[in-house]
Design a protein around this ligand. Structure first.
Ligand SMILES: Nc1ncnc2c1ncn2[C@@H]1O[C@H](COP(=O)(O)OP(=O)(O)OP(=O)(O)O)[C@@H](O)[C@H]1O
Length: 299
């Protein structure tokens, strides 16, 4: 049984089709990212999967149970990250988390553990309205996880974080998944989806355009790789003569070889002892988005 089963889900707001016939299955223990630009419909989709928003059409099952109408049996088994604005007012970070813990009848000792895990021990006695954006974000994640749910939903969990805090949170999220939980997150960061997710669902204008592992999505592109050889290591003429090279350009950082056979070209460079300073760039999820929509990806 899949952990999450979404069938033909749709939602309109007035004349706007926010989610347009989405189907998706998430296996138990899988880490899936819904990736798309602003307004793609990610939050609306996630809220319907969480049972917080009523779909116009379609169905959702989580852990084998329908999520709508509101299903009280599911609540202790799922964790939903709140937006920072929905904290209880005037509580400290510790009190906020303790409130969630008591709602779920979780032993109080877990509160301290989670403050430590999300790096908020020093802010435990700070009121939630005085936390920075990133600290509030981490607290909201701790609130979603304190009862040790089997399925975790996170809506743009790293949106307000600086690069260092984002990386720390990536470690935390990978750890959750390593311990067997199913995780679904939305993000508009391509790199985040690539690093964290087993599978990525690319969403635009209410539809899932493609679902797959980041590597398979990029492989499906058939985009050529770019191999940059440091200046002075190889002449453009020698580069053009290598088997498998389709195009050669001279750029400020070296000679750039475009090829669909990067392995073979690197082999030839190695035979000629020309590997010093070589850089290889293959396609990215951004290229996948461009190919699917004809538009540059703009988060
Ligand atoms: N309650 C609402 N009433 C009317 N329109 C809404 C409502 N919620 C969202 N929308 C619209 O539906 C579309 C999808 O919004 P949604 O928030 O689901 O997208 P998103 O992909 O999560 O975007 P973001 O990355 O900006 O959060 C947007 O055009 C948005 O303006």
């Amino acid at each position: 049984m899949p952990a999450i089963e979404v069938r033909d889900l749709a939602k309109t707001y007035g004349s706007l089709q926010a989610v347009d016939g989405v189907s998706l299955e998430v296996a138990e223990g899988e880490f899936v990212g819904v990736l798309g630009p602003n307004g793609a419909g990610k939050t609306t989709l996630l809220e319907m999967i969480e049972g917080l928003r009523r779909p116009d059409a379609g169905s959702v099952q989580v852990l084998g149970e329908p999520v709508w109408p509101r299903n009280a049996r599911l609540l202790p088994r799922i964790g939903v990250q709140l937006q920072a604005s929905s904290f209880f007012e005037r509580l400290t970070a510790r009190e906020q988390l303790a409130t969630f813990a008591s709602l779920y009848r979780v032993p109080a000792a877990r509160v301290g553990e989670w403050l430590e895990r999300v790096g908020l021990v020093e802010k435990a006695d700070t009121r939630v309205e005085d936390l920075s954006g990133g600290q509030a974000q981490r607290l909201s994640i701790a609130c979603a996880l304190v009862h040790d749910p089997e399925v975790v939903f996170l809506d743009e969990p790293t949106a307000a974080l600086d690069p260092q805090a984002r990386r720390n949170l990536w470690d935390l999220l990978s750890g959750l998944n390593d311990s067997g939980r199913t995780v679904v997150l939305t993000t508009h960061y391509m790199d985040e989806a690539e690093v964290l997710c087993d599978r990525v669902a690319i969403m635009d204008a209410g539809r899932l355009l493609q679902v797959g592992t980041p590597a398979a999505l990029v492989r499906g592109l058939d985009a050529p790789a770019r191999i940059t050889v440091a200046p002075g290591v190889l002449t453009p003429q020698d580069a053009a003569a290598l088997p498998g090279v389709e195009r050669v350009e001279v750029e400020h950082d070296g000679v750039v070889l475009t090829t669909r056979q990067p392995g073979a070209v690197i082999g030839h460079l190695a035979e000629r002892d020309r590997l010093d300073g070589v850089r290889v760039q293959t396609g990215t999820l951004e290229d996948v988005f461009l190919e699917l929509t004809g538009r540059e990806y703009r988060a």
